[in-house]
Design a protein around this ligand. Structure first.
Ligand SMILES: NC(=O)c1ccc[n+]([C@@H]2O[C@H](COP(=O)([O-])OP(=O)(O)OC[C@H]3O[C@@H](n4cnc5c(N)ncnc54)[C@H](OP(=O)(O)O)[C@@H]3O)[C@@H](O)[C@H]2O)c1
Length: 247
């Protein structure tokens, strides 16, 4: 196994949305830095497979805790399980999210609520439960925002609004916690993951390698943000290189 000398080594992290895409790659990247990871998402088999892989390939410990981030009690239990297992919490990655529907005139209330409850409520539940533990460790919360939460575009306004919410919430939490913890928002443009699979074509299928960034790129950004010892990465924008010319 690779030897770890990272400043993150020995830390404990919770990764929501760890069964796929950005969450899965970030859990792996953190584990390679020696971070023990609690893997949360709904698809248990995928979490178990990832936990096995992490324990095979790294020195870190990984536990799978099947969780629906829309379920307040479930998220409380997730944080408790992680803290009990690892003796504290240093990093929360608020990453779980969904994109469904598109045009507002055709967006059902059910789809609207699904995005709000997953992308906004889920981040609220996890942040609220994790904060006392992060204050204790002087830890870091990383929110996955989006280019769609920074610039007005025609793509799925309700989804975009959840990402404006995430950025606003993150910055206000940073203000309220007054330097006790670090709060980072990472804003990726298109990432080649399973997102938007509901539309029939996920982003991994929709974009070629030179048209989007990879989940591993976002994972590296999370590791960079979480690795700051005194400074805080407030926002980190990670776009495909030609993003401003293809808006
Ligand atoms: N891909 C992009 O282009 C892009 C760009 C900017 C921002 N983002 C953001 O990046 C984050 C991760 O997305 P991704 O691109 O990696 O997509 P992905 O491959 O579809 O992964 C989404 C993850 O969220 C989890 N999830 C969804 N609903 C959940 C729920 N109710 N409870 C627990 N976990 C839930 C999924 O797990 P289960 O289904 O197993 O529960 C999955 O692990 C999202 O917040 C997304 O908005 C993505």
């Amino acid at each position: 196994m690779a030897e770890t000398t990272s400043t993150l080594s020995g830390d404990a992290a919770i990764v929501t949305g760890a069964s796929s895409g950005i969450g899965r790659e970030t859990a792996l990247a953190l584990a390679r830095e020696g971070v023990d990871v609690t893997l949360a998402a709904r698809r248990e088999e995928r979490l178990d497979a990832l936990a096995d892989r992490i324990e095979r390939e790294t020195d870190a410990t990984a536990i799978a805790v099947p969780t629906n981030v829309r379920d307040e009690d479930g998220v409380e239990a997730l944080v408790e399980t992680a803290v009990d297992r690892f003796g504290g919490l240093d990093i929360l990655l608020n990453n779980a999210g969904v994109v469904v529907g598109g045009d507002i005139e055709e967006l059902s209330t059910e789809k609207y609520r699904l995005m709000m409850e997953t992308n906004a409520d889920g981040m609220f539940f996890a942040t609220r439960a994790a904060l006392p533990h992060l204050r204790e460790s002087g830890g870091t919360i990383v929110f996955i925002g989006s280019f769609a939460g920074q610039y007005a575009r025609s793509y799925n306004p309700a989804y975009a609004a959840t990402k404006w919410w995430a950025r606003g919430f993150a910055q206000s939490v940073a203000a309220q916690t007054g330097g006790d913890i670090a709060v980072t928002t990472i804003n990726p443009s298109e990432v080649r993951t399973e997102i938007a699979a509901e539309t029939g074509r996920s982003f991994a299928e929709r974009f070629d390698e030179d048209e989007a960034i990879e989940p591993e790129d976002v994972a590296e950004a999370v590791v960079f943000a979480a690795g700051q010892e005194n400074a805080m990465v407030s926002e980190l924008d990670l776009y495909r290189r030609d993003k401003f010319s293809v808006l």
